[in-house]
Design a protein around this ligand. Structure first.
Ligand code: THG
Length: 618
C-alpha cells in the first residue's frame, strides 16, 4: 500500500489552489473505440456487449488511459482521478462484469499511481496526487424508479455499502492518496459510500483524506434527490471531509452561486469542477478553455475555492487554461464555523440562537396516537402521510416516527413509511427523528434517510460497550443522538440521578467515541406528575432543574423531552393537559430545554392561559 501523503497534500493546499484533472469520457471518445477495442483479448469471448464500459479500459487499453492521465498532468493537474467512476458492482452489472469490480479498482489506482509518480519524480517540488473515484452508481437509494409505487427502490443501502466496500478496498490497495466520492445526485448513495469508506478505514487501521463532490441538477439549486446545497453539507459533514464541493451537470456560470454558498458554510477545503458549459443539442459541450478558465479564475480571486478542475466536456486544454488562471492566486482560507446541531431533510435545519425551541412532531407514533396506530396496522399509509404532513404544516421542525407496536413488523413499517416520506417533499423537507426502543428498527430507519436525522434513542441501560457501539454507528450513518438518562440500574427519576447519568454519558461519548457535543441531545426523562403517588410529584421540577445543570455543565449539548408525558394523569382532559404543557415548557425552556416532542399546533401561550388554571398548574 502507498505511504500516507496526507500531510504533504494538506501542506500543498495551504500554499496554493490545487488543480484537478478534466473529463475522462471526452478524451476516450476522441479515440472512437469499437467493441473489439473494449474487449481486448481477455474479454473477446464475453457474452455481453462491452462497448461504452470506459472503466474496463484500465485492463484492456491501459496505455490509452495512461496517456490521458499524462496529458492532464502535463496540462498542470496536481490531482488526477482514477478511471473508476463506474467500477461498482451496481454499475458493472449493466455489462455482467460484477466479478471484476475489485480488480478494476486496483488496476485503475495502480495505473494513475504510476503515471503520477513519474511526474513527481521528474519535478519533486511539484508533488502530484491520485484521487480514487467512487461514482454514484446507476441507481438511487432514495428515489423510486416506479411511478406507481413511491415506496419501491431498485437498490438498498446495504447493497451499496457492499459494492462500495469492494471498490474502496481496491482503490486503497492500488495506492490512491485520496478517496473522492463524486457526482453525488442522491445523498443516501453517498452516505452508503462513506459508510463503506469509514468501515474500511477502521478495518485497516488507517485513514485516507476524503473529498466529497455533489451535483446540483438544474436551476432549482437542488440535487436530483431534492436537497439544497446546505442540506447536502449537513448530511455528510460527519465524515469531516478534506474537501467538499460540486461538479458536473452545470457549467461554471450556473454553478457559481452554489460554490459561493458552500465556501461560506463549509469548514473544510472547497472543490469545484464544472462541465464545459451546458450540453448543446447534440449532447456535446461548447465552452472554450478560455471561457471556463475565466469563470473559475474569478472564483479563485473571490476566495471561494481550494481545488478546481473540469468535468464533462473538459480537455487538457481546459485544464491548462484553468491552471494558468489560478496560478499564484491565494487559496481560500478555511473559515471557523460555529459548532451547532446542524440537521437536514431536503432543507437544512440548524439548531441554535435563531431557533430558541424546536418543535418535534409527536403524532407519527403508533404508541402515542391510537388513530395513527390504526392507520399503520390497516396499511393506510396515505392517511399516515397526511398525519406527518399536518405536523409539518402545524409547525413541527422535525418529525418523530415510532412504529413500536407488538402487532406490527416494526422494522418493515419504519422502512416503508420513511421511503414514502422521501417521495413527499413537503414532509421530507424537515429532518427525521427515528424513535424506537429496538436498535435494529433504528438502524433500518437510518438506512432510508438521506438527510441528517436524529436517533431516538440510545442509553447506557445495557452498559457502556453497547452504548458506545450504537453511538459510533449512529455517527457513521450521519445522525445526531438523543441520549436518555437511563443506566444499568434503570431510568433516572431524581435530579441527582438525571445529572449523574447525563454527565457520565457525555464523558463517554466525547472522550471515547469522539462524538461532537453539538450532536448530543440529552433527554433527562419527562415523567407523569399527579399520578397519586407522592414520589411522582416533583418529577417536572426535577426535570427542569436537570436542564439547568446540563446547560451549565455539559457544553454544546442540546436537551429534549417528550412533553406530553408529563400530563398523562389527565388523559381525556385536553384543556388541562394543554395548560400543563404550556406552563411546563414556559419554565423548562427558560432552564435550557431546546427541543420537545410535542403535538405540533397544540401548544398554548403562557400569558393567554386562564389565570386560575395556570396557578393550579404552577
Ligand atoms: N423521550 C423521547 N422519546 C419519546 C418520549 C420521550 N418518544 C415517545 C414519547 N415520549 C413522546 N411522544 C408522545 C406521543 C403522544 C403522547 C405522549 C408522548 C400522548 N398521546 C395521547 C395519549 O396517549 O393520551 C394521545 C392519544 C391518542 O391520540 O390516541 O400523550 O419522553 N426521547
Amino acid at each position: 500500500m502507498q505511504p500516507d501523503r496526507t500531510a504533504e497534500l494538506k501542506a500543498c493546499l495551504e500554499r496554493k489552489i490545487l488543480v484537478l484533472d478534466g473529463a475522462m469520457g471526452t478524451m476516450i471518445q476522441r479515440h472512437r473505440l469499437q467493441e473489439a477495442d473494449y474487449r481486448g483479448s481477455r474479454f473477446a469471448g464475453h457474452a455481453h456487449d462491452l462497448k461504452g464500459n470506459n472503466d474496463l479500459l484500465v485492463l484492456t487499453q491501459p496505455d490509452l488511459i495512461r496517456a490521458i492521465h499524462a496529458e492532464y498532468l502535463t496540462a498542470g493537474a496536481d490531482i488526477i482521478e482514477t478511471n473508476t467512476f463506474n467500477s461498482t458492482s451496481v454499475s458493472q452489472a449493466d455489462y455482467h462484469l460484477e466479478a471484476i469490480v475489485h480488480e478494476l479498482n486496483v488496476a485503475g489506482a495502480q495505473l494513475a499511481r504510476s503515471v503520477c509518480d513519474e511526474f513527481t519524480a521528474r519535478d519533486p517540488s511539484r508533488p502530484r496526487f491520485v484521487a480514487g473515484g467512487l461514482g454514484p452508481t446507476s441507481r438511487t437509494a432514495s428515489i423510486s424508479p416506479d411511478v406507481n409505487d413511491p415506496g419501491y427502490r431498485n437498490t438498498s443501502f446495504d447493497e451499496l455499502v457492499g459494492t462500495y466496500s469492494e471498490a474502496v478496498r481496491g482503490l486503497c490497495e492500488g495506492g490512491v492518496d485520496i478517496i473522492l466520492v463524486e457526482t453525488v445526485f442522491d445523498t443516501l448513495n453517498a452516505k452508503a459510500a462513506l459508510f463503506a469508506v469509514e468501515q474500511y478505514f477502521e478495518q485497516v487501521g488507517r485513514r485516507w483524506p476524503v473529498m466529497i463532490s455533489g451535483t446540483i441538477t438544474d436551476a432549482s439549486g437542488r440535487t436530483l434527490s431534492g436537497q439544497t446545497a446546505e442540506a447536502f453539507w449537513n448530511s455528510l459533514n460527519h465524515v469531516r471531509p478534506l474537501s467538499f464541493g460540486l461538479n458536473c451537470a452545470l457549467g461554471a456560470a450556473e454553478l457559481r452561486q452554489y460554490v459561493e454558498e458552500l465556501s461560506r458554510i463549509c469548514d473544510c477545503f472547497i472543490s469545484a469542477y464544472p462541465n464545459a458549459g451546458l450540453p448543446n443539442a447534440f449532447g456535446g459541450y461548447d465552452e472554450t478553455p478560455e471561457q471556463l478558465a475565466a469563470e473559475v479564475s474569478d472564483w479563485a480571486r473571490q476566495g471561494f475555492v481550494n481545488i478546481v478542475g473540469g468535468c464533462c466536456g473538459t480537455t487538457p486544454e481546459h485544464i491548462a487554461a484553468i491552471s494558468r488562471g489560478v496560478s499564484g492566486v491565494k487559496p481560500r482560507a478555511v473559515p471557523q464555523v460555529e459548532r451547532k446541531l446542524r440537521l437536514s431533510g431536503l432543507e437544512p435545519f440548524n439548531v441554535g440562537k435563531e431557533s430558541l425551541f424546536v418543535n418535534v412532531g409527536e403524532r407519527t407514533n403508533v404508541t402515542g396516537s391510537k388513530a395513527f396506530a390504526r392507520m399503520i396496522l390497516e396499511g393506510r399509509f396515505d392517511d399516515a402521510l397526511a398525519v406527518a404532513r399536518q405536523q409539518v404544516e402545524n409547525g413541527a421542525q422535525v418529525i418523530d416516527i415510532n412504529m413500536d407496536e407488538a402487532m406490527l413488523d416494526s422494522k418493515a413499517a419504519m422502512e416503508r413509511f420513511l421511503k414514502l416520506i422521501a417521495s413527499e417533499p413537503d414532509i421530507s423537507r424537515v429532518p427525521i427523528m427515528i424513535d424506537s426502543s429496538k436498535w435494529e428498527v433504528i438502524e433500518a430507519g437510518l438506512k432510508c434517510i438521506q438527510g441528517k436525522g436524529i436517533v431516538n434513542s440510545i442509553s447506557m441501560k445495557e452498559g457502556e460497550a453497547e452504548f458506545l457501539r450504537q453511538a459510533r454507528l449512529a455517527r457513521r450513518y450521519g445522525a445526531a443522538v438523543v441520549v436518555m438518562a437511563f443506566d444499568e440500574s434503570g431510568q433516572a427519576d431524581t435530579y441527582a440521578r438525571k445529572t449523574e447519568i447525563c454527565a457520565r454519558a457525555y464523558q463517554l461519548l466525547t472522550e471515547q467515541a469522539a462524538f461532537p457535543p453539538e450532536d448530543i441531545i440529552f433527554d433527562p426523562n419527562i415523567f407523569a406528575i399527579a399520578t397519586g403517588i407522592e414520589e411522582h410529584n416533583n418529577y417536572a421540577v426535577d426535570f427542569i432543574e436537570a436542564c439547568k445543570w446540563i446547560r451549565a455543565n455539559l457544553p454544546g449539548a442540546q436537551i429534549s423531552g417528550g412533553v406530553s408525558n408529563v400530563s398523562f394523569s389527565f388523559r381525556g382532559n385536553d384543556a388541562v393537559r394543554e395548560a400543563i404543557h404550556t406552563v411546563f415548557l414556559y419554565h423548562a425552556v427558560k432552564a435550557g430545554l431546546s427541543m420537545g416532542i410535542v403535538n405540533a399546533g397544540m401548544l398554548g401561550v403562557y400569558d393567554d392561559l386562564d389565570p386560575a388554571l395556570r396557578d393550579k398548574v404552577e
